[in-house]
Design a protein around this ligand. Structure first.
Ligand SMILES: C[S@@+](CC[C@H](N)C(=O)[O-])C[C@H]1O[C@@H](n2cnc3c(N)ncnc32)[C@H](O)[C@@H]1O
Length: 252
């Protein structure tokens, strides 16, 4: 049984809104970090899982890849990707059921998609099947320390805390956030974009990777580019100190 596709309807319905609001977290933090781990893609055959509107496929193609195929479960985003980048092949496809021949790709790239699926091992197994021997799977996801923090608007303040407060008189504590419990999280992003994703602690992510028998060749917690400082100092200060994304490079 495929897992619950929590946010797919929302990506179909609100993709234009999401595309407009991705902002600095993508352009000055997560994407540069992902691209820095691509290695030499010249002459390679590459699959982009959860390609959205296709920008990443176009960038990877521009680096000299022989062939790039983008797949996404959202019909709306694939339609847009085909319109934006007519020279690249795009398909509507669920990454839990990849319809490609065995050993088709040198590299599989997936940015900020895995957390929409409950069963990561199923995706890892699909990826492994269609990767060539020694092929690479590069993926990013939300950092668990960021996702598990309590998020609250209190008057003029926005709180995002993972920790606790103790009253020294009563000895009572108030715990903020919940790091250790894997769960489904629903949030509203950008005022009206309802998103549901599957939260996993670091050890749960590691266990899924170990179950799939991939070799971990790199793991990074990216920081923003220095150029983000001039555009949005608050963003730069926040994400130079706090984890936001987690990136793994795996090898078959
Ligand atoms: C946060 S967006 C990332 C898009 C793009 N990689 C980027 O970073 O700009 C997540 C994407 O994953 C897609 N997605 C979610 N579940 C999927 C699944 N099971 N199979 C394929 N794509 C999926 C969504 O439709 C959406 O385009």
């Amino acid at each position: 049984m495929p897992t619950d596709k929590g946010s797919i309807k929302e990506y179909n319905k609100n993709f234009k809104e999401w595309l407009n609001k991705k902002g600095l977290a993508h352009s000055h933090l997560e994407k540069p970090a992902m691209y820095s781990l691509l290695g030499n893609v010249r002459g390679k055959t590459i699959l982009c899982l959860g390609c959205g509107a296709g920008e990443e496929c176009a960038y990877i193609k521009s680096l000299g890849a022989k062939k790039v195929i983008g797949v996404d479960i959202s019909k709306g985003l694939i339609k847009l990707a085909k319109r934006n980048f007519p020279d690249i092949e795009f398909k509507v496809m669920d990454m839990e059921k990849l319809k490609f021949a065995k050993s088709s790709f040198d590299l599989i790239y997936s940015s900020l998609v895995l957390h929409y699926v409950k069963n990561w091992v199923r995706v890892f197994n699909e990826v492994k099947k269609v990767l060539k021997k020694n092929g690479v799977f590069l993926f990013s996801t939300h950092h668990p320390a960021y996702s598990s923090a309590l998020k609250k608007i209190k008057g003029n303040e926005k709180l995002q805390i993972l920790g606790y407060k103790r009253n020294n008189k009563t000895k009572k504590i108030e715990v903020y956030g919940d790091y250790l419990r894997d769960r489904k999280i629903s949030e509203i992003w950008f005022k009206n974009f309802k998103v549901t994703y599957y939260y996993k602690s670091f050890s749960s992510i590691m266990k899924d990777i170990l179950k799939s028998n991939f070799k971990i060749t790199d793991c990074i917690e990216p920081r923003p580019l220095n150029s983000a400082k001039r555009i949005d100092l608050v963003f730069w200060e926040k994400f130079s100190k706090l984890p936001s994304f987690l990136i793994f490079k795996l090898q078959k």
